[in-house]
Write a protein that binds this ligand. Sequence first.
Ligand SMILES: C[S@@+](CC[C@H](N)C(=O)[O-])C[C@H]1O[C@@H](n2cnc3c(N)ncnc32)[C@H](O)[C@@H]1O
Length: 253
Amino acid sequence: MRETEVVPDAIFDHPRVAAVYDPLDPDRTDLDEYARIIVDELGARTLLDVGCGTGTFGVLLAGRGIAVVGVDPARASVAVARGKPGADAVTWIVGTAEDLPALQVDAATMTANVAQVFLDDDDWAATLVAISHALRPGGTLIFEARRPEVRAWEGWTKEASGQVVSVPGVGDVEDWVQVTSVDGEFVTFDSPTIFHADGERIESTSTLRFRSRAAIEDSIVHAGLELVEVRDLAYAPGRSWLYLARRPGAAPA
Ligand SMILES: C[S@@+](CC[C@H](N)C(=O)[O-])C[C@H]1O[C@@H](n2cnc3c(N)ncnc32)[C@H](O)[C@@H]1O
């Protein structure tokens, strides 16, 4: 059981910022590969999406007839998810994988580098064990993580990442990411959001952990899962790995 409460970053949990998460990052072709694996390769009928955020993936798969549970500790992001067309078909839970009721899903996902938010090894291990318990025997976990050797954070500067997006009904919204420290595997960055309509500037600071592939493979095995495959991530070739792991055992008849 987790000893400290999860406090999500403002970028996910401030209501005004969560409301513009999707328009500020509208290209979600990253989700295509997950959908293809879940629907075409696995033929899954049930899905758990851990760190579901604003629910784009959950709503997408619910629209394809899959029974989806989405869980995320950021209440404001889950509120955005609940407001989307088709969201009623999804079960949304504010919390972490450790807070889930008993489940036996065919597949579980952590899209968009959710795996990197777990800074503490015990939290990461507990999350993998909780996901394993939520999978049915033979069920598959799929998640991505950036390859540390690529040093993606070197491009996370205000100059390279800054944008101003015109959001209907909101006005111009500006944001950027700026790395403030790199301490071994831990990369910390600021990502302010500025609403030009009234000048409000909402600060957010995040830290991500860039674990090695070997460390992630070890953590999968230690959680009692079988490592099935590690693929080059289609939307970030050469930059991220896609991990597929399976709960041991045969699928129920
Ligand atoms: C980069 S966002 C990705 C959101 C979503 N998966 C997507 O594809 O848009 C990372 C998400 O991880 C969530 N998160 C942070 N800590 C978490 C935890 N302990 N368990 C599950 N999700 C967590 C954040 O609240 C945020 O919604």
